[in-house]
Design a protein around this ligand. Structure first.
Ligand code: SF4
Length: 56
């Protein structure tokens, strides 16, 4: 399952540069495209707000 970004997101942009497949898009709160995400976990490891979690 793709990772998801929660309300803890502060839109800092760290995950966007970390993602190897450019699955994350900007916004008030960032979003991960579940069809593009390869479930690598890199964004979650790099998120300073611990806002990214594995999807259900
Ligand atoms: Fe990108 Fe990996 Fe995060 Fe999926 S888990 S959005 S592929 S960095």
């Amino acid at each position: 399952m793709a990772y998801v970004i929660t309300d803890n997101c502060v839109a800092c942009g760290t995950c966007i540069s970390a993602c190897p497949v450019e699955a994350i898009s900007e916004g008030d709160i960032y979003k991960i495209d579940p069809d593009t995400c390869i479930d690598c976990g890199t964004c979650a490891e790099n998120c300073p707000s611990e806002a990214i979690v594995p999807g259900e």
